[in-house]
Design a protein around this ligand. Structure first.
Ligand SMILES: Nc1ncnc2c1ncn2[C@@H]1O[C@H](COP(=O)(O)OP(=O)(O)OP(=O)(O)O)[C@@H](O)[C@H]1O
Length: 250
């Protein structure tokens, strides 16, 4: 087995209408790393994440997850290793109750019912959502839906957790709780977000995406304080790295 858990090589993709979205993306990820994916609107973040999960198919280039090249023939294996939490939880939750949604993946894996139940309890507990178990997902608040969607992915037992804008629609307390949970998860993580303070709290490394290319790849605390780089990617320093010490929280 390769020592890289995820590897993306010269990935290129245009949408069917001809819109170019990824223009030669290359990076690798080791076991246990947490990487932030940052960049302005339309930089290609969501498109890249959809390729990791095999939802979109590259025009050219390659994605590998663990031992598997991501292709239509390997999606079962890829989905056991890598779980994507979609930007919009409504794309992910479709069962009558939260517990059905969280149990759905483990049941698809053919696990015995006691194991499914154990995974549901564990996953809901990890996101502080045990009390939502019997609620219909479509009646949850945005933050509650987010927690249920993360639980549904955790229940699959992936080694890589991929999250697209996980803090969007969260109130400050829910956002703070999410940051604590993400830091506690032992998974290898890829987090695409405009919330650069969250990225700084959760990820030691960042990939900066602009125009479908990785324009920088390095330590979060350095790259997210590089004003010229941030400006070229249509980003701004996170609050925590702002020059005025009195402006900083905590
Ligand atoms: N379904 C689609 N059909 C055609 N073009 C698309 C589609 N989805 C995205 N695009 C285009 O692909 C490019 C990359 O979009 P993508 O959603 O990956 O960016 P992003 O970095 O996730 O942006 P945001 O921060 O706004 O969510 C953009 O130019 C966008 O307009």
């Amino acid at each position: 087995m390769s020592h890289h858990l995820v590897s993306v090589t010269d990935l290129r993709f245009s949408y069917p209408d001809g819109t170019p979205a990824l223009d030669g993306v290359t990076f690798t990820l080791h076991h246990g790393e947490s990487v932030g994916l940052v960049g302005g609107n339309g930089a290609g973040k969501s498109t890249l994440l959809l390729h990791l999960a095999g939802v979109l198919r590259a025009t050219s280039g390659a994605v590998r997850v663990g031992d598997w090249p991501v292709t239509p023939g390997t999606l079962r294996e890829v989905r056991r290793s890598l779980g994507l939490v979609f930007q919009d939880p409504d794309d992910q939750l479709f069962m009558p109750t939260v517990e059905d949604d969280v149990a759905f993946g483990p049941r698809q894996l053919g696990l015995p019912e006691p194991e499914v139940e154990a995974r549901v309890v564990d996953a809901l507990g990890r996101v502080g959502a045990a009390h939502l178990r019997r609620r219909p997902p479509h009646r949850l608040s945005g933050g509650e839906k987010r927690a249920a969607a993360i639980a549904a992915v955790l229940a699959m037992g992936p080694s890589v957790l991929v999250l697209d804008e996980p803090s969007s629609n969260l109130d400050p307390a829910a956002r703070r709780a999410l940051i604590g949970q993400l830091r506690a998860f032992e998974h290898t993580k890829i987090v695409a977000s405009h919330d650069l303070d969250l990225v700084l709290d959760v990820c030691r490394r960042v990939l900066v995406l602009s125009g479908g290319r990785v324009i920088a790849d390095g330590p979060s605390d350095e790259l997210l304080a590089d004003d010229a780089l941030l400006a070229s990617a249509r980003l701004e320093r996170p609050l925590r790295l702002q020059a005025c010490p009195r402006c900083r929280p905590g």
